[in-house]
Design a protein around this ligand. Structure first.
Ligand SMILES: Nc1ncnc2c1ncn2[C@@H]1O[C@H](COP(=O)(O)OP(=O)(O)O)[C@@H](O)[C@H]1O
Ligand SMILES: [Mg+2]
Length: 371
């Protein structure tokens, strides 16, 4: 790869396609965050993996920093927007300790090193001398340190990317642990007057499914892929595709927008997956000794396998279904007819909990009265 090629690749990697779904999510999120600053709350942005959520998170971060710039000037200690990442912990439940220490380290919190007392996690802080670590620190101490930091640094908005990892608990069916995770986030927002933005996959919707009570003071924003079943979205996807093809720094007479279906199939209508695919192909193209034609035969070698795409698509479809609203007819039916009987042989008959708000069908003795 020569210098010109390295630069061309860098430019394509940095290239941003503007498209309606990211723009809508961005505007809605910004309005929600700006509005929430008067009454802090939790803003949840959910979308499928590879749709462009991290990119959206970074744009929000940049914009909010600009928003708050005037305040930062008046108070140099202030960190008005903080960006964190809820890193997955291998096989285990989400680690608050890990998360909070990372956040505190990022703010260069002067007290942090005294509070970073986590045995066995020193390797996370390779740049800090080991002597600074103390044993026996607890998550509670760290939580208090985080609360103080958010207050003292006057953090207005805390953005947490990959936030679905926070809901990773060892026992998924244990609702109380899940509830606790979200309660912890919510009380952090309330205690410190910080708006918390959670960005992640549709798994974040588990929060909403827990109970109506839990999602009070929270707002859910959907960042969806392009759905080929909807004509307008097909059209919008083809416009994004055209932008990417035009931005490619090499000639590619064999890749044309009319291959829309193939491009769509290989990215499930997700802009980030499409971009990653083209970036990978471009990089390999530049690396190859004998330059092949930049056509489907070549780029398909760098696309995701159909099986992987099937998994991604299934997750996306399930998430979309979860977020889809119900019709007014369905609502009216509920008002008029009440909750439908659950036939035998369904989940509940197997002893599982009914969905939130639905009573067990056998709870009330038939014909019982208060008399
Ligand atoms: N609108 C866009 N224009 C250009 N590149 C994009 C766009 N949206 C996403 N990407 C790129 O696609 C890749 C995947 O997006 P990312 O934001 O990481 O997805 P997610 O966080 O939803 O999994 C990243 O390299 C990102 O920079
Ligand atoms: Mg991401």
């Amino acid at each position: 790869m020569n210098a010109a090629e390295i630069e061309a690749e860098r430019k394509f990697v940095a290239y941003t396609a503007n498209h309606p779904h990211i723009e809508r999510a961005y505007r809605t999120a910004l309005d929600a965050i700006r509005g929430a600053n008067h009454s802090p709350q939790v803003v949840i942005i959910a979308g499928p993996t590879g749709v462009g959520k991290t990119r959206l998170a970074k744009s929000l971060y940049r914009q909010l920093r600009e928003d708050y710039e005037t305040e930062s000037v008046s108070s140099p200690e202030q960190i008005p927007v903080l960006f964190g990442n809820a890193v997955a912990t291998l096989g285990a439940s989400f680690s608050w300790k890990d998360f909070i220490t990372r956040l505190l380290t990022r703010t260069n919190e002067p007290l942090t090193d005294k509070k970073l007392a986590i045995a066995g996690q020193q390797n996370l802080f390779a740049d800090l001398p080991l002597a600074r670590f103390k044993e026996n620190s607890t998550t509670d101490a760290l939580r208090i340190a985080l609360e103080n930091c958010l207050r003292e640094r006057k953090v207005r908005t805390l953005i947490i990317d990959e936030a679905h990892h926070m809901l990773m608990v060892k026992n998924k069916s244990d609702r109380s642990t899940l509830e606790f995770q979200f309660e912890a986030i919510k009380s952090l927002a309330l205690e410190t007057q910080t708006t918390i933005v959670l960005i992640g996959t549709y798994r974040l919707l588990d929060i909403r499914d827990l109970s109506g009570q839990l999602i009070r003071r929270s707002e859910i924003i959907h960042f969806p892929r392009y759905d080929a079943r909807i004509q307008n979205q097909r059209k919008q996807f083809s416009v994004v595709l055209k932008q990417f093809l035009a931005a490619l720094p090499i000639s590619h007479p064999f890749l044309v927008n009319r291959d829309l279906d193939h491009f769509y199939n290989k990215c499930c209508g997700e802009v980030g997956i499409l971009k990653d695919w083209l970036v990978r192909a471009l990089n390999r193209y530049y690396q190859s000794e004998k330059r092949p034609a930049f056509d489907h035969a070549f780029i398909d070698g760098y696309a995701l396998a159909n099986k992987a795409l099937r998994t991604i698509a299934t997750e996306a479809l399930l998430g979309e279904e979860k977020l889809a609203d119900i019709s007014e007819d369905e609502l009216r039916k509920l008002y008029m007819e009440g909750i439908p009987e659950i036939p035998d042989g369904t989940q509940n008959a197997k002893g599982k909990r009914p969905p939130p708000g639905r009573r067990k069908p056998n709870r009330d003795p038939v014909g019982a009265s208060n008399a």
